[in-house]
Each structure stands twice: as C-alpha cells, then as structure tokens.
Design a protein around this ligand. Structure first.
Ligand SMILES: Nc1ncnc2c1ncn2[C@@H]1O[C@H](COP(=O)(O)OP(=O)(O)O)[C@@H](O)[C@H]1O
Ligand SMILES: [Mg+2]
Length: 221
C-alpha cells in the first residue's frame, strides 16, 4: 500500500515561488493501475519525480508498506529507487550505444545480479514485451518508437520493482502504437502485481485504469 499525505512541493524561481503540488493526499493499493491526468503545468511530472525519489518534497509524507520514504538516508534512497521503482519516460531514455538487450541488462548490473542471470532475464523480459529475433541485438536508433518504448518497459521491469512510474509513455507514439503500449503496461501490471502509475493526456486511456487522479494547479481534485 502506498500512502501519500499532504504532499507539497514548491519551487523558487526567478519570478517567485511556484507551488507545483499543494497538499496532495491519496492511497493506492498494491497491483493497481492508476492514471494521473491534468493540464500541462498541473504538477504531474513533479508528483512522479517525488514518488520515484528523484526529488524531495517540501513537506508531506510518502509511506510504502509502513516505511516512510522521506526518512530514508541518501544511500537507502538509492537502493530503494534501484530495486523498487521502474521508470518509463515519454522520450524512452535508452542508452544509445547499448543494444536493446544491454539496455535491459543495465539496471540488473547496478543491482548486482550475476552476468548469466542478467542475460537470461533480459531475454525473457524482451520476449514478454514482444521484442524478438535479431532486434534484441540492435541499438535503439535502428528500432521504431514503439519498439524503443517496449525496451524501456522491459528495462523498467528488470529488478521486479514494486512500482512502474510512467510519464506520458505514449506521448511520442501514434495512437495505435500508443494503445498497444498502454495495453502492455496494463497486462504487465495485472500479471506481475506491479503498481503502475501512468501520466497521460489521453482520456480514452485514463478511462481504462482502476483509478484516475486529476491534478489542477497542484491540487488533487
Ligand atoms: N525545477 C523546477 N523549477 C521551477 N519550477 C518548476 C520546476 N519543475 C516544475 N516546475 C513548475 O511546477 C509546475 C508543475 O510542473 P510539472 O510537474 O512539470 O507539470 P506537468 O508535468 O503537469 O506539466 C509548473 O508550474 C512548472 O513550471
Ligand atoms: Mg510533465
């Protein structure tokens, strides 16, 4: 269970203070598939960044299975992020000089998984997301956007995270490919009991999730 309580984030910028998140509170049960919607600038990316421990909140708490994330040391935070969080971004964020297979193996290397196991699991994951044959030996530049996002999803799953945090994962894809990627995330969340939180502009997508959160000016409606 993920419990978020009165999460607030303010940024100090040139023209004053911006409240990106304003006392946001919610709970999400394990294995849920949740969408976050809201206009540009409403705080969606900030929320995902804080849930993923990439940024610290100004105030408020995040509790995962009764463990307070804001209370972790820097070292514990890195370990938590590596093992428990898988990120998927709009721009895929793959390493261009590594093959699809190597990209998926990378997080397992950081987590200390032995080499043989890394290869086996990366192949399994790529198979699960539908990337097969010689494509797994190609670098991202020689694959389509949809294929690159499949690799990113396989990579996000590498360390069997508790959460997948996806920021507009279909934003760069045509609507048909986007739908396939979305269905893939949905199937994976159900088959692996992974909690998926996906930011999207696409309301037809948001309508298919277990829960939808709407942000407006940093407030949860
Ligand atoms: N690092 C930052 N410094 C200053 N302002 C920021 C920063 N990150 C986000 N913001 C501001 O916080 C608000 C929410 O941004 P963001 O979370 O990126 O929204 P969204 O993802 O919904 O488009 C915006 O007003 C944005 O300009
Ligand atoms: Mg954003």
């Amino acid at each position: 269970m993920l419990k978020v309580k009165k999460l607030t984030k303010t940024f100090q910028s040139g023209d004053g203070r911006v409240t990106a998140l304003n006392e946001v509170s919610f709970n999400i049960d394990e294995g849920r598939f949740v969408s976050v919607i809201g206009k540009s600038g409403s705080g969606k990316t900030t929320l995902l960044s804080i849930l993923g421990t990439l940024e610290k909140p100004t105030s408020g708490t995040i509790t995962v299975d009764n463990r307070e994330l804001t209370g972790l040391t820097a070292k514990e935070m890195v370990a938590y992020r590596c093992k428990q969080i898988g990120f998927v971004f709009q721009g895929y964020n793959l390493v261009p000089n590594l093959t699809a297979l190597e990209n998926v193996m990378l997080p397992m290397e950081f987590a200390g998984v032995p080499a043989k196991q890394r290869i086996m699991r990366a192949k399994e994951l790529l198979d699960q997301v539908g990337l097969v044959g010689d494509k797994i030996q190609r670098k991202p530049g020689r694959l389509s956007g949809g294929e690159q996002q499949r690799i990113a999803i396989a990579r996000a799953l590498a360390n069997q995270p508790k959460f997948i945090l996806a920021d507009e994962p279909t934003g760069n894809l045509d609507s048909e490919t986007g739908k396939k990627i979305f269905d893939l995330l949905h199937d994976l969340s159900k088959s692996q009991n992974t909690t998926v939180i996906v930011v999207t502009h696409d309301l037809s997508i948001a309508g298919k999730t277990d829960q939808t959160f709407k942000l407006e000016d940093g407030k949860l409606l």
